[in-house]
Design a protein around this ligand. Structure first.
Ligand code: C6P
Length: 386
């Protein structure tokens, strides 16, 4: 049976080229980069190269920081909890603005901070699954410490107006963080083109290894560390560097940027074909269809069919998809983004997310269209609500 992986917003396959550059740094050049002997110092050059690839990948300046973390969840937690120390406790700025559709790495951390007395405004999304910058303008208060808004939504793929948001934050003198996990490798991410103070990313979303990510911090911006210890990464995040994974993430970032045009053209074309054929199957609504979206993502509501039932049929056909965020897949709550755009409970339970990558082929799409058609016919024939 053919296997088709369409859950690339959850995680991606590690690129073979990434595996190859990592290999030697497990058993051959395994020294601690802080050690003075050759085992340690031999890691310096490849690490330098990896950092250069990361800086070039997001167009950071030499004087900015890119701090290695274990994943975007850590990067996001660090920004919010660091702001709690730096702005809430020290400066009495007690207000954070975010959206109703952030990943739990933001929303759960905000809920945790609310328990500590921080006020959080969750901006709504409109029926196009996008946010209205006027609602941001209206939400800003004199004590707003931080705006944290994702670059592209992981469920719908909708691209938020990050440039405008950055300008508003600059005008009002407010720190701005963006979770760019779903933007890297799908869009040009240029930290000099937008006013952003912090930007989070995770390597496994762009064909790098799991368990490594980063936080860009603009030159001169303070952020109290979460990890104190051996003063690694200029004292901003202590802990021995994960040499092979950093080297892999650097390579993955370089490749992600090399493939941007391919994503924008070929992957968008495959995504659009899949989406249009799905819509033709009837009573299918694509969330954010007329909004700017990353090229690889479809979040569709297929009327009369529970998302989980659809996943089951697709899985039996060898196709991996999701009903939304992978970390929410075990609870049977309705898709939270569907709820945020105002879908009723029944509709919100019909969400299916299909996300492609540069390894998705035209044959994969033909196969998926056929499997979707069969699954929709079968499931609707036994549905009590269709
Ligand atoms: N989203 C999804 O299925 P980690 O797990 O730390 O590498 O990435 C967390 C994360 C943060 N922000 C965004 C926008 C994300 O999409 C994710 C991961 C996956 O949508 C898994 S829950």
């Amino acid at each position: 049976m053919r296997e088709v992986y369409l859950d690339n917003n959850a995680t991606t396959m590690v690129d073979r080229e990434v595996m190859e550059v990592m290999e030697d740094y497990f058993c051959k050049y395994y020294g601690n980069p802080n050690s003075l002997h050759d085992f340690g110092t031999k890691t310096h050059k490849p690490l330098r190269k990896a950092f250069d690839q990361l800086y070039a990948g997001i167009n950071a300046r030499e004087e900015d920081d890119i701090i290695i973390t274990s994943c975007a969840t850590e990067s996001n937690n660090w920004v919010l909890k660091g702001i709690y120390f730096d702005e809430v406790l020290k400066n009495g700025k007690n207000h954070i603005i975010t959206t109703q559709v952030e990943h739990p790495a933001i929303s759960s951390t905000c809920a945790f901070l609310e328990d500590l007395g921080v006020e959080v405004t969750y901006l709504p999304v409109n029926d196009k699954a996008n946010i209205d910058v006027n609602s941001l303008r209206e939400a800003i208060r004199p004590n707003t410490a931080l705006v944290s808004i994702m670059w592209a939504n992981n469920e719908t793929g909708v691209i938020f107006p990050i440039k405008e948001i950055g300008e508003i934050c600059k005008e009002r003198g407010i720190l701005f963080h963006t979770d760019a996990v779903q933007a890297i490798g799908k869009l040009k991410v240029d930290v000099q083109d937008i006013n952003v103070d912090f930007l989070s990313f995770s390597a496994h979303k762009f064909h790098g290894p799991k368990g490594i990510g980063g936080l860009y911090i603009k030159k001169g911006v303070e952020l109290t560390p979460l990890f104190h210890g051996g003063e690694h990464m200029h004292g901003r995040r202590s802990g021995t560097l994960n040499v092979p994974y950093i080297i892999g993430m650097g390579k993955a970032m370089e490749l992600a940027n090399n493939y941007l045009d391919y994503e924008e053209n070929k992957i968008r074309e495959l995504r659009d074909r899949l989406e249009n054929e799905l819509i033709k199957m009837g009573d299918v609504m694509v969330i954010g269809k007329d909004t700017q979206r990353v090229p690889n993502t479809i979040l569709a509501s297929i009327r009369g069919i529970e998302g989980e039932a659809m996943l089951w049929d697709l899985n039996k056909a060898g196709i991996g998809a999701s009903t939304g965020s992978a970390c929410a897949s075990e609870d049977l709550e309705a898709n939270p983004v569907m709820s945020a755009i105002g879908a009723d409970k029944e509709l919100a339970h019909t969400a299916v997310r299909l996300s492609l990558s540069r390894f998705t082929t035209s044959e994969d799409i033909d196969y998926t269209i056929n499997a979707l058609d069969k699954a929709i016919k079968r499931l609707r024939s036994i549905s009590s609500s269709y």
